[in-house]
Design a protein around this ligand. Structure first.
Ligand code: 3PG
Length: 219
């Protein structure tokens, strides 16, 4: 990533979030105590952009802990479904947001908060709605289920200037195929943080998975 862009408190853009590494980890945390060692393990493997999903009651506290204690990481909030979610994520210290779909109210809230957003899209109409609100970096979700590589190739025709982070069903087995596409900057996935490794505190395994993810070739 660009020098300095991940320093504590420095604003990042959606494009920087996508360019930093080939994979954005989608993280589900059940305990606050897991947040800091997990973030450190990912950073040790070269992954700094961390999407902590707002799917558990401790998600905001986890984002707060990472923001406070792991300055090399850039915590973001995933599963942002409303303007209220965006505000709560920003207050907790999230420096970017990822949403499973797109509404203008989420887009406007993020814009007002200065929170870069990767809006989730799965159809041409959703892409047009997000692009109308100024979003040129988009999450394709759920990527595999909604058409995968073939869908991204098709979108390259009418939407040549838009860039995607396919997420959902992406794994080490198919990531390279996505990353080879001209309109894909990175992929997202939960495989860097397997639930059993997180619950048992197998941080070395997570660092290794992160390291392998950074070796994936991008176009
Ligand atoms: C999600 O929101 O759960 C992500 O899309 C992760 O999907 P994956 O588990 O298929 O990587």
């Amino acid at each position: 990533m660009a020098a300095g862009a991940h320093e504590t408190g420095t604003a990042v853009t959606a494009l920087q979030v996508m360019r930093d590494a080939p994979v954005i980890p989608v993280i589900v945390l059940q305990e606050v105590a897991q947040a800091v060692p997990l973030a450190r393990a990912l950073v040790a493997g070269g992954i700094r952009m961390l999407e902590v999903t707002m799917r558990t009651s401790v998600a905001l506290a986890c984002i707060e802990a990472i923001a406070r204690e792991v300055p090399e990481a850039v915590p973001g909030a995933g599963t942002v479904r409303s303007a209220a979610d965006a505000r709560a994520a920003s207050r907790a210290g999230a420096r970017f947001a990822v949403s499973p779909g797109y509404t203008s109210s989420v887009g406007h809230a993020c814009r007002d908060l200065g929170l870069p957003l990767l809006p989730g899209v799965a159809t041409g109409s959703e892409i047009m709605a997000a692009a109308e609100d100024g979003h040129t970096e988009l999450k394709f979700f759920p990527a595999l289920q909604a058409g995968g590589v073939a869908m991204l190739k098709a979108w390259g025709g009418p939407f040549p200037e838009l860039r995607f982070c396919p997420t959902g069903g992406v794994s080490p087995a198919n990531a390279a195929e996505f990353l080879a596409l001209p309109n894909v900057v990175c992929v997202g996935g939960s495989w860097l943080t397997p639930a059993d490794a997180v619950s048992t505190g197998d941080w070395a395994r997570i660092t290794q998975l992160a390291r392998e993810a950074t070796q994936l070739q991008r176009r």
